[in-house]
Design a protein around this ligand. Structure first.
Ligand code: FES
Length: 151
């Protein structure tokens, strides 16, 4: 809340001061901005992280998702632009189906805890671990037959 007010003041300050109070107040406003700039930059990074994310709900009882009904099953859910991987009764992992190497989205296979993109045969861990290029991982929850993926 405090940060948003600072952002507002930062962006609104100059025009408001010009139109209402004149040059003297503008100078005071500018020196305050310098102090706030460092904090705003740091806080905006945090805000961006929390404001990201749209959720999609998937009905796991649909036959369209029968491939992920059993542990180890996976599918390329192209309609949602994501790979789904059944880990356990209560967990399905979700990843962007856009290959981090060069963007192919339809040549995936899965074996030995790795997704392999057949475009250039690069492989990626299926738990979002490791270094270098990694798949984009999404947050998932399962309630009943509904899988919610937040990205
Ligand atoms: S685009 Fe996937 S390996 Fe190159």
């Amino acid at each position: 809340m405090e940060n948003k007010r600072r952002d507002f003041l930062k962006t609104a300050c100059a025009p408001v001061v010009f139109s209402m109070f004149g040059i003297t107040m503008l100078e005071a406003c500018s020196s305050g901005d310098d102090d706030d700039l460092v904090m705003d930059t740091a806080n905006n990074g945090g805000d961006d992280d929390s404001s990201e994310g749209s959720s999609i709900n998937i009905d796991l009882s649909s036959s369209d998702f029968s491939d992920v009904s059993e542990i180890g099953g996976w599918m390329n859910y192209t309609g949602g632009k994501m790979l789904l991987l059944r880990i356990s009764e209560t967990e399905i992992r979700a990843f962007s189906n856009v290959c981090p190497h060069a963007g192919a989205n339809n040549q995936w296979s899965h074996a030995d805890s790795k997704f392999v993109c057949g475009n250039h045969n690069r492989s990626f861990n299926d738990d979002c671990s490791g270094s270098g290029l990694q798949m984009t991982c999404y947050t998932t929850t399962i309630e009943g037959n509904t899988l919610t993926v937040t990205r």
